[in-house]
Ligand binder design. Structure first.
Ligand code: GRF
Length: 206
């Protein structure tokens, strides 16, 4: 594995299928990145088990173990920093990151809706309830808001007759995993710039 590979710390809160897609992608060294650690805000999740099976170090920082949110923010940032990431990827991480992490590292997040529509924890349910015929997924840079950061990539997914939240989310996740892997890989290999809300691949001046 190349020592030049971009170091990823991936944060998860659940089943970790997006993480698995990244773990599978980094097995090819031409991908340009490697997963140096996986962090979570809770124990006993399949996302952590996936990391362990792949031989990737894990850590857990539970909000409930800290007297304040600010202390959790600091503790999480320290755990992340210990793995010296070039890029942090939230892959179904169900907490808003605080300033200590956001100021220290670029952070990519993935969301199962076409932002700026339907931000928040229930993007699939909200899109379905609104009656949209097309939804999708968004990969963005994280900022201090809820799914408000600059958009890097999006893909659409049709809502089908008879869809419920579970069936629609599964179809979105199939597209989302590919979009996340493709986007993180391009960021690792090509770099990126941000001008206002506009994200472009490529190094500054390149
Ligand atoms: C993804 O759809 C993510 O965008 C959302 O939760 C899902 C996580 O799925 N926040 P998984 O844990 O990667 O399987």
């Amino acid at each position: 594995m190349s020592s030049q590979a971009v170091r990823l710390v991936v944060l998860v809160s659940g089943s970790g299928t997006n993480l698995q897609a990244l773990l599978d992608a980094v097995a090819d060294e031409t991908y340009g990145a490697r997963v140096v650690a996986v962090g979570a805000d809770r124990d006993g999740i399949e996302g952590l088990a996936r990391a362990e099976r792949a031989g990737v170090p894990t850590f857990v920082e539970r909000l409930a173990d800290h007297p304040t949110r600010e202390e959790w923010d600091r503790a999480l940032a320290e755990r992340i920093a210990g793995h010296r990431p070039d890029l942090v990827v939230c892959a179904g991480f169900m907490k808003i990151l605080g300033a200590p992490t956001l100021q220290a590292f670029p952070v990519v997040n993935t969301h199962p809706a076409l932002l700026p529509s339907f931000p928040g924890a229930h993007g699939v349910r909200d899109a379905l309830a609104y009656g949209v015929r097309v939804t999708g997924c968004t990969v963005m840079l994280a900022d201090a808001g809820v799914d408000t950061g600059p958009i890097i990539a999006q893909e659409s997914v049709p809502v089908l007759e008879g869809d419920d939240e579970a069936s629609l989310h599964e179809r979105i996740k199939t597209v989302e995993r590919t979009l996340l892997v493709d986007t993180v890989g391009r960021m690792a290999r090509e770099g990126w710039t941000v001008t206002g809300r506009i994200v472009r691949f490529g190094r500054p001046g390149g």
